[in-house]
Design a binder for this molecule. Structure first.
Ligand SMILES: [Zn+2]
Ligand SMILES: [Zn+2]
Length: 98
């Protein structure tokens, strides 16, 4: 695995908390650099996960290449993609050695 793997959107692990994540640019105009959890959430509970600082994304699986993050489909009811949230590290254990 090369150090450019993350730039290609290859699933990886968060360097801080080791959670499985995907990091890539989303959008063709004014693209956002997004790190998202690879574990999908229940779309029915999306509103509980989504905040102004933690958006939700569609995770699409092209026939070839790594999974792709996309802006959420609209209306959401038509979407069949797994829904993932932007990654934030869980609170650190107070006894973590650094
Ligand atoms: Zn979708
Ligand atoms: Zn993390």
């Amino acid at each position: 695995m090369s150090r450019r793997a993350a730039d290609l959107g290859t699933p990886a692990r968060c360097p801080a908390c080791r959670a499985p994540v995907i990091r890539q640019w989303v959008g063709t105009v004014a693209a956002l650099r997004i790190t998202a959890n690879l574990t999908p959430i229940d779309p029915a509970a999306e509103d509980q996960h989504r905040t102004p600082n933690q958006l939700t994304w569609c995770l699409t699986h092209p026939r070839t290449g790594p999974p792709q993050l996309r802006w959420r489909c609209w209306p959401r009811g038509t979407c069949t993609h797994p829904v993932v949230t932007e990654h934030t590290c869980p609170p650190q254990e107070p006894n973590t050695l650094f």
